[in-house]
Design a protein around this ligand. Structure first.
Ligand SMILES: NC(=O)c1ccc[n+]([C@@H]2O[C@H](COP(=O)([O-])OP(=O)(O)OC[C@H]3O[C@@H](n4cnc5c(N)ncnc54)[C@H](OP(=O)(O)O)[C@@H]3O)[C@@H](O)[C@H]2O)c1
Length: 265
């Protein structure tokens, strides 16, 4: 996508922190920021899979000789890991993309494992809150910054077998909304994107590595790509400081809710 000269100028020399940059939407967002800024940007990329981050860093630095890429281990479910990650980064990020997240399983209430409940709530909710708590005071001190949270249509519309994931993304939605209101007298803006079905490793993670089950989720449909969501994140982050695209719901054409999906079979 071409964002034009204005977006490149606005992004120039900015520093962008992306959580969950080892795959899917996070990795695509890193690539899209690099592309939109023509490589004149610093990326701070965190996730647990270090080799993935290093591969991404290598391909970005090959393509954009002036880009700065800092990668480090980050497990958002561990507060000390967030602290260590943030202490290791150069300066204060201009943009924080809270993207790390997951759904685990499709069990109905009464049958959901403790591990899955904790995995979703600690990553999607507590991790996002703790990362924001760590970065926000620095943004407030400089009175500038963009916080971009990755929610989901699951936070707007519950579905059978999605109770905990939906609850976690509804928590993201209302945390984001409250934060925007808290920051109304500052120059720190808060945005949220709520994707529908996106083809990433999301379903593979949800199906605990069962590739056949993961493929079935998208059977007969044309899901969004990670790049489609990355474009929204980069577009929102590269508007004029005074413009806040507060909440965006993004569906592929065949989808109109988590369960209203047209399948060509
Ligand atoms: N795909 C969809 O259909 C869809 C729809 C709506 C919303 N979303 C949301 O989009 C976001 C990105 O998901 P995706 O679709 O790109 O899936 P993905 O390909 O599975 O990517 C998820 C990312 O989150 C990271 N992550 C998971 N646990 C983490 C932890 N404890 N600490 C740090 N990072 C962690 C993963 O990195 P490591 O495993 O290397 O740590 C990975 O980079 C999530 O918040 C998801 O809920 C996805």
């Amino acid at each position: 996508m071409s964002y034009g000269i204005k977006a490149a100028e606005r992004l120039a020399n900015k520093s962008i922190l992306i959580t969950g940059a080892s795959s899917g939407i996070g990795a695509a967002t890193a690539r899209e920021f690099a592309h939109a800024s023509r490589g004149q940007i610093s990326l701070i990329l965190g996730a647990r899979r270090q080799e993935r981050l290093q591969q991404l860093s290598q391909s970005l630095t090959t393509e954009y000789p002036n880009i700065k890429v800092h990668t480090a281990f980050l497990d958002v479910t561990i507060k000390d890991s967030i602290r260590e990650f943030v202490n290791g980064i150069p300066g204060t990020p201009d943009v924080l993309v809270n993207n790390s997240g997951k759904a685990l399983g499709r069990a109905n209430v009464g049958e959901i494992t403790d591990e899955d409940i904790r995995g979703m709530m600690e990553t999607n909710v507590v991790g996002l809150i703790n990362m924001t708590q760590e970065i926000l005071p620095k943004m407030k001190q400089r009175n500038t910054g963009t916080i971009f949270n990755v929610g989901s249509i699951a936070g707007w519309d519950g579905y059978v077998g999605g109770s905990v994931y939906c609850a976690s993304k509804a928590a993201v939605r209302y945390f984001t909304d409250s934060l925007r209101k808290e920051l109304i007298d500052t120059k720190v803006r808060v945005l949220e994107v709520n994707p529908g079905a996106v083809l990433t490793e999301f379903s593979l993670v949800r199906c605990k590595g069962d590739e056949q089950a993961a493929d079935k989720v998208y059977e007969g449909t044309e899901p969004l790509t990670a790049e489609d969501i990355a474009e929204i994140i980069v577009f929102g982050s590269s508007r004029r400081d005074n413009t806040v695209i507060a909440e965006t719901i993004v569906y592929p054409q065949h989808q109109a809710s988590p369960v209203h999906i047209y399948r060509k079979c």
